[in-house]
Write a protein that binds this ligand. Structure first.
Ligand SMILES: [Zn+2]
Length: 228
């Protein structure tokens, strides 16, 4: 069983405040500033991606030869490889590296995990927060790994619904806990910048298992704890 619901409210502005959008010329990308996984990027792959970006520039009526765009295909290619690096990471392996035997059997919750992903329909960003909880059954996992596993799935082309379930399923599979609960609240730029242009809409999805489904009080406690 799972529950999905939508709600609309003001977005906490802290994400945008701590990560201001680039303004003005040159504020975004010198290659050196750009986070990219150059070391793990296959040059052949980057070459193909760069060519595709050049074709996109032509497709929108731009001139790929003008000065400001000369290195854009290469930058976009590297950026895309970074933003989709989750395809080359294994969430099970990541979690297994930090599993410990422990008798603690109350809820473990990591809330407000920053999340950046891209919708698979428009390849535009969606971003927000994930809250991840589980109830151990003899095994716990390093807390940072819960945030990392969010990233592994977020750095792929996604729909928020599937992303939520994949995080739940990975934790359930590796830890086999008494229950897992994941809630994601995110803003989708494909809704904000185009289409319905609903600037303040937030999409909330949830995926739960075990005691979070069978016990109303456990689910209630979780939902209370993640309230802003
Ligand atoms: Zn979209």
């Amino acid at each position: 069983m799972k529950s999905n619901y939508m709600k609309q409210e003001k977005m906490p502005s802290d994400i945008l405040e701590s990560n201001p959008l680039p303004t003005g010329r040159g504020s975004c990308c010198d290659d050196d500033d750009c986070p990219s996984d150059i070391t793990e990027s296959d040059p052949m792959m980057l070459d193909g991606l760069s060519k595709a970006v050049t074709a996109m520039l032509e497709g929108i009526g731009e001139d790929p030869q003008r000065e400001g765009l000369l290195k854009t295909p290469e930058r976009v290619a590297k950026s895309l490889r970074f933003l989709t690096k989750g395809y080359r990471q294994n969430p099970d392996e990541l979690l297994r590296k930090a599993v410990f035997t422990e008798a603690y059997d109350e809820m473990v919750l990591v809330r407000d995990i920053d999340l950046f992903s891209m919708c698979e329909h428009h390849m535009l960003p969606f971003f927000g927060k994930a809250h991840v909880a589980y109830i151990p059954d003899g095994k716990i996992v390093g807390l940072s790994k819960l945030a990392r596993v969010v990233d592994v799935f977020a750095r792929r082309l996604q729909v928020q619904e599937r992303l939520t379930q994949q995080i739940r399923d990975a934790i359930q599979k590796v830890l086999n806990p008494k229950g897992v609960a994941v809630v994601i609240e995110a803003r989708h730029l494909c809704m904000v910048m185009r289409g319905v242009e609903k600037i303040n809409s937030i999409t909330t999805t949830s995926a739960m298992s075990g005691q979070f489904i069978t016990s109303e009080s456990t689910r209630g406690e979780f939902l209370r704890l993640i309230k802003p």
